[in-house]
Design a protein. Structure first.
Length: 492
């Protein structure tokens, strides 16, 4: 739980520090984005290796190593002297973070009996939720009263406590096997993930039809095909793709992928909506989103316990349906919506999401044999990593495209019914003239105001369209969830 809290803090506070880091290190956003993009890509690349590393070292050693690397990377990030060193140290941090989450799930699954695994997953989810609870407010305070470097240093004391507790509590376990390293599988997987995630994360900026992005997708296609062939031919592959022969695990993986896309894409758009369109400050937005994080953390424990008593898929279906309903309600929020109403729907979505976290983790791994849990956890974490990177790019692309389309449609409406537009321009021009502007200047200002009004209206509709699309994707997750259930994998 303490390890989850450490990673959870890092997830939320770094983004808040971006403007201060850009000013301090004198870099623009194009370079600065690699602080987060590089972290996400490295984390996704390292996650599948937990099966091989865990088989060689054992869960306890891997957990201590992962948390130690993460804490060390956090301390080094705080000491970074330029943007290159910061990106490099964030990559180190990502290695630890990528190993920590799947290893923690394996330890929980193997430590607790089947009738208590849901509760264990719920308690661990509470630890991860503490980061989003405290991160935005704590990060804003540290940046305002200390330095951006403090957002990395806060991981160190929490991580050290986690290391001490893990060393004292986790039982020592011998290495389970001397599993040979599948070099071909490792290299082709790395090439596939790096090229794919680079294309997905940069496609919106570079252009999806640009030569650079198409080349990356081509490399990803070739590397991905080579990876699949290499793994299916190897007796002890780097990643055991044969786990997907289990229909239950395959369906669980699809639900995990869709649930992650829904969560990350919605959070990304919500933050933009609150701060850019509704004009709330980052701290105000953080306070509005905090009740949601609190509800997720508290209810995850209860939902985990319910997963021990009831079929987990029923809780997951309820959660996905409720999240879909909340996203539809997001599409009715406007500039005139009160803070209380917005906070209510944000919190309601947190309530719904709590029913998808611990139950989904428990159901996903219960479809596997004990010897396959470690590899399965790595694959599920890889699913989450790819979905996290792709969801933000997808949401940004959809939103920008909808803004362009909505702006064009609104402009056409004004051309088809110019009377209302002319009256508005006349009233604005008269107002500016009464304020002392000459006629030509008043007309220019009136046109600028009209342009801003059209842009704001187009943006509002585009936010609504994006929320509805994310809601539709979330609802699609109910279909595979209907057939989720416990089934042993035939792969061994």
């Amino acid at each position: 739980m303490v390890g989850f809290t450490t990673v959870g803090l890092s997830v939320t506070v770094v983004n808040i520090a971006f403007p201060k880091i850009m000013t301090s290190l004198r870099v623009d956003l194009d370079v600065m984005q690699w602080v987060q993009t590089g972290y996400m890509i490295m984390q996704a690349v390292i996650m599948p290796s937990v099966g091989w590393i865990g088989a060689r070292l054992g869960n306890r050693r891997v957990y201590l190593l992962a948390l130690g690397i993460f804490v060390g990377g956090s301390a080094l990030s705080g000491l970074a002297w330029d943007i290159s060193s910061l990106i490099a140290f964030r990559l180190v941090q990502a290695v630890g973070g990528g190993l920590l989450f799947p290893t923690s799930q394996v330890i929980l699954f193997e430590t607790f009996p089947e009738e208590k695994r849901g509760l264990a997953m719920g308690v661990s989810s509470l630890g991860f939720s503490l980061g989003p609870m405290m991160g935005p407010v704590l990060g804003g305070y540290l940046i305002e009263h200390a330095s951006w470097r403090a957002v990395f240093y806060i991981n160190v004391p929490v991580g050290i406590v986690g290391l001490i507790l893990a060393y004292l509590i986790l039982p020592a376990a011998p290495r389970q096997s001397d599993r040979p390293l599948d070099v071909a599988g490792m290299l082709t997987l790395a090439a596939f993930l790096v090229s794919l995630l680079l294309a997905v994360s940069q496609g919106n900026d570079e252009g999806w039809d640009s030569q650079y992005i198409l080349t990356l997708f081509g490399v990803a296609l070739v590397a991905g095909a080579s990876f699949i062939i290499a793994e299916l031919r190897h007796e002890q592959p780097f990643v055991e793709l044969r786990l997907y022969r289990s229909l239950a695990f395959s369906l669980a993986s699809i639900v995990v992928f869709i649930n992650t896309i829904s969560f990350m894409a919605a959070n990304f758009i919500v933050i933009l909506f609150l701060q850019i369109h509704l004009d709330y400050t980052p701290l105000q937005a953080a306070w509005m989103m905090m009740p949601s994080a609190v509800v997720i953390g508290v209810l995850s424990v209860g939902a985990g316990r319910l997963a021990d008593l009831l079929p987990g898929k029923f809780l997951i279906i309820f959660g996905l349906g409720a999240v879909t309903f909340c996203l539809v309600q997001y599409a009715s929020i406007t500039t005139w919506t009160s803070v209380g109403t917005i906070t209510l729907w944000l919190t309601a979505r947190g309530f719904a999401r709590a029913f998808t976290i611990a139950p989904l983790s428990a159901v996903s791994l219960s479809a596997l044999n004990e010897s396959e849990v470690r590899m399965g956890s790595g694959l599920l974490s890889l699913n989450r990593g790819i979905a996290s990177t792709g969801s933000v790019a997808m949401a940004a692309t959809v939103f920008q495209n909808r803004v362009a389309e909505r702006t064009t449609l609104l402009a056409q409406d004004h051309m088809l019914s110019p009377l209302g537009t002319d009256n508005l321009l006349g009233s604005l021009t008269t107002t500016f003239e009464h304020l002392g502007d000459l006629n030509q200047a008043a007309q220019m200002k009136s046109l600028a105001v009209l342009h801003d009004l059209v842009g704001a209206e187009a943006a509002l509709h585009s936010y609504h369209d994006t929320f509805l699309l994310i809601g539709t994707i979330t609802a699609l997750g109910i279909v595979p969830a209907l057939w989720m259930g416990k089934a042993s994998s035939p792969a061994s």
